[in-house]
Design a protein around this ligand. Structure first.
Ligand code: ADP
Length: 893
């Protein structure tokens, strides 16, 4: 029977690893067992079915999470979970089991697995490439829909094939779903892009029947509908055909995999490009916004350096904001006002922060409830969190009162930013009260939650058999988690239970008294013996019992014996029935409460979202205080002016090794829009370039910035061409990568964009490089007309641009400024970098000094010096001259 079920499931889910629950184990059979045993490093055994020896392996239930992590997260396998459900026969025999696959776990459809990264979103993204609808740029539109199943956050957007790479870098999906039509189209540009970028791709056949709006619930929106982070224009009709088809692919995939755990889906928030800074994929990586390229993981990234959030969901919001800063002056200023408010009130900041630390990850808990999961501990978390929210409100109200009485007036302008945020909080006290009234005191439930952390299931019993294990045992009523007063039904059951327990107590006392020589007599129950009378010291105590016809002996050991006693048997059975009725009633009550919480999903999510904003804001305020950040002035023009700016990550790195960062100033204005930065290696050019970009990101996220003063005209798109590496996997040399990125920038930068370019043209010959660098600068100035920093080794570029050392000013183009970094020679023939930018061009690259510093053999350095001196004297270096020079240098060794 089991074998047939397994073979059926293997045929139904051929793309999955099938894990079948058998009692307290998950097992794998046939050929799959060999693979599972290898992947999980567990023992492979065999069993005989139908006279055939077949391979099998298995592991205990409690190891499921650990092994799912290996299969799904590390090996990117789909795992079909086949659970068992007892089927009781009428005669109380041992139950038989129905088994069915209740869910397929894939990397992008994690719900509450403990290995989910709590600080990041776990997005599943679908891309529809129905095209070809050419948009205005002549590119093809694609639809995107992405959801975090663990939080319910759901978005849709229309993008273009060209911008897709940037969207992918920002969304960072764990899994991408495409229409099954593309499965064999290996050369399709979207498939190629996904392969190139290393995304995990799955396929779905979108159902053609259900219109999108019928499969989604309009009442629950995943994001705050009042002041959304994203632009919400989400009525179903507002979705473009591309979005609709992406949503279809996504929902089909979810249905096919979440199966019995499919949540009610909300309408996706429609995300436009209008109010967000676009940061291309390469820049997100190169500026190490979320992840550090050197150290891997988040350490050393901008996120890790500016993160002061107290909650996991706050950290997720911060990561989203950093990858998608605002371009709305109004919105940025509103965020800044909040930061300034808490920055000016450090005591309040620390109080609210402390409260926030107690807030639970409500968005994920609500989603668990919507998915029909969750446990009593989650209810407690919801009620506690609502309580903390109220405390935060009270704390702010108190502060307002104190301020107004101390000062005699209130700075209403300052408080208005707090009001704008907090007035959107829904009052959920009724829900908190309802949960508190329903649940036994927190301690009791906490104990069961603690158990959960040890790996035991403590969710409400899923079936009758389990009720005896974890529900309300008749002799331990304290394990109940719902208060008897919750419903009249529960009250009456509890009254019956108390009454029956009383009867049991009386019966026991009576028997002990009637059979005076048997004080060790107790009434017990056990799985083996059922309801029985137990005598502890049978040698001494059982004489009277033994001769009584009311007692029928069941067993006897050296010192104890047990008897069947009809009145206790019937009383005991009533107790068991009542206890299991209580368990069932509790299960019903829990479901009721779960539905009640689900009904408040929108409000809970909105409040959680507001708290996330508060958390990020408090974090920015702490950061500003700690690292001496200042509030930038945000304008609608194309100014970029920073006095004594610092690179947040490099500064922190230097500080930890006891060194000091040298601040630098920059002013990109309409008459000096593009700066050429020359200077030796290691003197801080790329640090400066990155710092300029990071300050723009931080400023538009709403944070204060590492500078003495800053005026930032809103940047619509941020591009960088820094730190290219060979991409041999994709058969691209460093130079090719460099040119691809440069080409993209020149095609896409607008007059409101900010571009940083480091050493463009380095990867080819000097002449080629110089020619390309000149053309790029020319294009940026005349066509893109954007703000840009262009760092280069080629001081000849400055000459080509008409720079003259004598007047230190602009050359051919008014808009180009010239700045450089320096090296100072010290008396002992050593040198030091100044890291301080000055106007002008540095014509000495000091390459040999760096070579010396790097430990190149002395003779090699000496030869290089002589070669350089000789080369410097020549204007044109033809091949014959060079050959002669080479010979003279080697012969004079
Ligand atoms: P370049 O691009 O000119 O080769 P980098 O920007 O890579 O130089 O800087 C090299 C190193 O110099 C950095 O790793 C950092 O430790 C240090 N550095 C850069 N800028 C500064 C600065 N402004 N103040 C102090 N140290 C700096």
């Amino acid at each position: 029977m089991l074998a047939t079920e397994i073979l059926n499931n293997l045929a139904k889910f051929p793309h999955c690893i099938l894990l079948t629950r058998v009692g307290q184990f998950y097992e794998s059979y046939f050929d799959q067992a060999i693979e599972v045993a290898r992947l999980l490093n567990i023992k492979l055994t065999s069993r005989v079915w139908d006279k055939q020896n077949i391979a099998m392996c298995g592991f205990p239930l409690m190891h499921l999470d650990k092994y799912l992590k290996v299969l799904v997260e590390q090996n990117k396998r789909f795992v079909a979970m086949c659970e068992e459900f007892p089927r009781y026969s009428a005669h109380g025999q041992k139950p038989e089991f129905d088994r069915r696959v209740v869910r397929v776990i894939t990397p992008g459809t994690l719900i509450d697995e403990p290995f989910i990264n709590q600080y990041e979103n776990n997005y599943l993204l679908s891309i529809s490439a129905d095209g070809p609808t050419e948009d205005m740029d002549g590119t093809f539109s694609v639809g995107l829909a992405w959801i975090d199943v663990s939080t319910g956050e759901f978005f849709a957007k229309t993008s273009s094939r060209e911008a897709l790479k940037d969207d992918l870098a920002r969304i960072c999906p764990r899994e991408v779903v495409l229409d099954v039509k593309l499965q064999d189209e290996f050369l399709h540009p979207i498939r190629q892009l996904l392969v190139d970028e290393g995304y995990f791709v799955s396929y779905a056949t979108p159902s053609q029947e259900t219109p999108v709006k019928d499969s989604l619930v309009t009442t629950v929106t995943p994001d705050d509908p009042i002041k959304p982070e994203e632009d919400l224009a989400s009525t179903p009709s507002a979705y473009s055909p591309e979005e609709t088809s992406a949503i279809k692919i996504l929902t089909t995939f979810l249905h096919a995999n979440l199966l019995e755990h499919m949540p009610r889906l909300s309408m996706p928030s429609r995300e436009g490009n209008v109010e967000r800074m676009q940061i291309d994929s390469h820049t997100i990586k190169a500026l190490e916004i979320k992840e550090s390229t050197r150290e891997g993981g988040t350490t050393g990234s901008l996120l890790s350096v500016v993160k002061r959030t107290a909650t996991r969901s706050g950290t997720r919001l911060l990561a989203r904001w950093l990858c998608k800063p605002s371009t709305s002056v109004k919105e940025i200023q509103a965020r800044q006002s909040l930061v300034a408010f808490f920055h000016a009130r450090p005591h309040l900041l620390s109080d609210v922060r402390q409260f926030l630390e107690e807030v639970e990850d409500t968005t994920r808990i609500v989603q668990r409830f919507l998915l029909g999961r969750g446990d009593p501990g989650d209810l407690v978390s919801i009620s506690r969190t609502i309580n903390v929210w109220s405390t935060i409100r009270r704390c702010l109200d108190l502060e307002r009162k104190m301020e107004s009485s101390e000062r005699g007036f209130l700075l209403s302008e300052e408080w208005s930013s707090v009001d704008v945020l907090m007035c959107r909080m829904a009052d959920l006290q009724a829900l908190e009260t309802r949960i508190n009234l329903a649940l036994q005191d927190m301690e009791t439930v906490d104990q069961s939650k603690a158990k959960d952390e040890e790996g035991n299931d403590n969710s409400p019993p899923a079936d009758e058999e389990e009720s005896s294990k974890i529900g309300c045992k008749f002799d331990i009523p304290s394990r109940c988690f719902i208060r008897p007063e919750f419903s009249s039904h529960l009250t009456s059951l509890h009254n019956t239970l108390v009454d029956l327990l009383e009867q049991r107590w009386k019966m026991e006392r009576q028997l002990q008294a009637d059979y005076v020589d048997a004080p060790s007599l107790t009434l017990r129950s056990s799985p083996a013996q059922g309801m029985h009378v137990h005598i502890g010291r049978s040698k001494r105590d059982q004489t009277a019992v033994k001769i009584s016809p009311l007692f029928i002996g069941i067993s006897e050991s050296g010192s104890t014996s047990s008897y069947f006693y009809q009145p206790w048997s019937s009383l005991g059975n009533q107790l068991v029935e009542t206890a299991s009725a209580i368990t069932n009633a509790e299960k019903e009550a829990f479901n009721l409460l779960r539905n009640e919480v689900s009904a408040f999903a929108t409000d809970l999510r909105r409040n959680a979202r507001i708290m996330d904003e508060l958390d990020v804001t408090l974090g920015f305020a702490s950061l500003a205080a700690e690292m001496q950040f200042t509030r930038p002035v945000i304008t609608d023009d194309t100014t970029y002016e920073v006095t004594n700016g610092r690179h947040p990550t490099v500064e922190l790195g230097l500080l930890t090794s006891g060194r000091v960062f040298t601040p630098n100033s920059v002013a990109l204005e309409s008459d000096s829009r593009l700066h050429i930065i020359t200077g030796p290696n290691m003197a801080g050019k790329s640090t400066f370039l990155r710092q300029v970009a990071l300050i723009a990101i931080l400023a538009q996220t709403g944070s204060f910035v590492p500078a003495d003063h800053a005026v930032i005209g809103v940047v619509d798109r941020l591009f960088s061409r820094v730190g290219a590496k060979d991409d041999l996997f994709r058969d691209r040399s460093t130079f090719m990568v460099e040119m691809l990125e440069t080409a993209e920038i020149l095609r896409r930068a607008t007059p409101r964009s900010l571009v940083i370019m480091d050493e463009v043209g380095r990867g080819t010959t000097v002449k080629d490089g110089l020619a390309i660098a000149f053309a790029v600068v020319h294009y940026l100035v005349t066509q893109n007309q954007c703000r840009a920093l262009f760092a280069t080794h080629f001081h000849e570029l400055a000459d080509m641009l008409g720079y003259s050392d004598s007047h230190c000013g602009s050359g051919i183009f008014q808009e180009v400024g010239f700045f450089c970094t320096d090296v100072h020679e010290t008396d002992d023939n050593h040198f030091a970098y100044s890291h301080r930018l000055r106007p002008g061009v540095n014509r000495d690259s000091h390459g040999l000094k760096v070579a010396q510093l790097a430990g190149m053999p002395e003779s090699a350095v000496l030869l290089a010096k002589r070669a350089l001196d000789a080369l410097k004297g020549r204007d044109h270096t033809g091949s014959q001259q060079l050959s002669a020079l080479g010979q003279s240098l080697t012969s004079s060794r």
